[in-house]
Design a protein around this ligand. Structure first.
Ligand code: AMP
Ligand code: ZN
Length: 477
């Protein structure tokens, strides 16, 4: 088997992957903050993590995958300012914060299924682990690394040498970034909350608020008084509980590098005296065309439902698009790029369905399998790996060999080739509408218009075939 190389944000290099324990990988991926649907940007990161996990298994490793569910403590500002996102979601929808968390966690699991993302071995909710988080804060307190302000217990980042080792930014730049969300009581701008005190009742209305926030729904007793954990502490406490203090790979999106993961490393390594994770891997962002970042809080928020399901496009077309761009390169979202991805996936399915009819069982082709493996093992080069899948289809290998090879590849690609009929991409309603318009134009003998529509539909990857009695059929190009 070719060596597996993975890019490590800690060293800024592609390095040969070696787990701490032979044959076994501990993998922690930061999970969803469940106050809203996951947007397709979030889902890009989960697709990258799913590919990573599949590639590790493809290389014969046993993977223990832990994913948290953030259902408390993530404030609207990433640096401990603003309102808890769950409490805000509850106010928005007139439900309890607990109902909000249950609802959006279930919605997230449904999205995972639709994208063929395999579930973690351990799901852990922050609110189920308040005790473990308090214990970890106590440990840091005993070591003299914390201090108290009017609104919580903070970690003193000046006491952790190497605070910037993941971000590779000068400390001054991190501090400058932190000053944007100002808290005058902090000793250093980069210090972060480990435990927040419940805000006092009868707070004055903040800007834009019509209803007072009232009492927090999520709060717990602690040695420091009633309150709730800071956002970062949950990942440290649960990673140590379900994996260990010293582990293999920790992932998230690139936005986590400078704050969330930097703080996780500081508090975990300060508490245990051990190296928290050897590999830190980060997925680049999905951006809207024009460079705007996609945020759950912004209006430009697209989820699987409104970007795919509503338009009758198989969500796996999104998985296909995400795989056609390397996970460390930014991806642009273009609504008009979805139809070609759906077509490409559909074509792959069509080709495979023909092979599926072959009665004989084959073996994967050794040469192409080795080429595929070399690509996935080269820091998850999925665009190249996809190209090898097409090379198989276009080759003159026998049908049974092609089928066996593609099924082997699909262990990583995850397009559900084994289970095809259910997942075949439907023709989008917009294309059907265009075909109907063309039919009307033909009946009115407006040949020019009919031809223009035919070309437009073709550019989207579909062909209209005319049948008798004014009927037509739409095929993928
Ligand atoms: P959240 O639910 O906000 O905690 O984010 C879930 C995951 O999505 C995290 O790993 C983030 O780093 C990642 N993420 C957030 N926005 C984007 C985006 N536009 N593109 C890719 N990943 C993102
Ligand atoms: Zn995390």
């Amino acid at each position: 088997m070719r060596k597996l190389k993975l890019y490590n944000t800690l060293t800024l290099k592609k390095e040969e992957f070696k787990p701490i324990n032979r044959g076994r990988v501990g993998l922690y991926t930061c999970g969803p903050t469940v106050y809203n649907y996951a947007h397709i940007g979030n889902l890009r990161t989960y697709i990258f993590e799913d590919i990573l996990k599949r590639v590790l298994k493809f290389n014969g490793y046993k993977v223990k995958h832990v994913m948290n569910v953030t259902d408390v403590g993530h404030l609207t500002g990433d640096r401990d300012m603003g309102e808890d996102k769950l409490e805000q979601g509850a106010r928005r929808e007139g439900k309890s914060a607990w109902e909000i968390a249950d609802f959006y966690w279930a919605a997230f699991r449904k999205d995972m299924q639709r994208l063929n993302l395999s579930e973690p071995d351990v799901w852990c909710k922050a609110t189920d682990h308040i005790k473990e988080q308090i214990e970890l804060v106590k440990k840091l307190e005993e070591k003299g690394l914390t201090y108290k302000t009017g609104d919580g217990i903070y970690f003193d980042t000046a006491k952790f040498p190497g605070y910037n080792k993941l971000s590779h930014q000068p400390l001054a730049a991190l501090q400058e970034g932190a000053r944007v969300e100002k808290n005058d009581e902090k000793k250093n701008p980069t210090d972060f909350a480990l435990w927040k005190f419940s805000p006092p009742l009868n707070l004055p209305l903040s800007k834009g608020e019509k209803v007072s926030r009232g009492k927090r729904q999520m709060e717990w007793d602690s040695p420091w008084g009633k309150g709730f954990p800071g956002w970062h502490i949950e990942c440290s406490a649960m990673s140590m509980k379900y994996l260990s203090e010293e582990e293999d790979i920790h992932c998230g999106g690139i936005d986590h590098i400078n704050i969330h993961h930097t703080n996780e490393i500081a508090q975990s390594e300060a508490a245990s005296g051990k190296k928290f994770f050897n590999w830190w891997m980060h997925g680049a962002f999905l951006n809207l065309v024009g460079g705007d970042k996609m945020a759950k809080s912004a209006d430009n928020f697209l989820n699987l439902e409104n970007a795919f399901i509503k338009n009758s496009v198989n969500p796996l077309a999104y998985r296909y698009s995400a795989l056609s761009i390397h996970y460390r390169k930014p991806m642009e979202y273009r609504a008009d790029a979805i139809a070609p991805a759906a077509t490409a996936l559909n074509n792959l399915y069509d080709e495979f369905l023909v092979l599926q009819k072959s009665f004989f069982q084959g073996k994967p082709d050794a040469k192409l399998l080795s080429k595929f493996t070399a690509n996935v093992n080269d820091d998850l080069n999925m665009p190249q790996a996809l190209a090898v899948a097409w090379e198989v289809i276009k080759s003159n290998l026998s049908g049974k060999t092609k089928r066996a090879t593609l099924l082997e590849f699909d262990k990583v690609l995850g397009f559900g080739l084994n289970d095809l009929k259910r997942k075949k991409t439907a023709v989008p309603p917009a294309i059907i509408k265009l075909a109907e318009e063309r039919q009307k134009a033909r009946q009115a003998k407006d040949w020019q218009k009919a031809d223009e529509i035919r070309k437009k539909v073709k550019r989207e990857g579909y062909i209209i075939e005319d049948k008798n009695n004014n009927q037509f059929e739409i095929k993928t190009n």
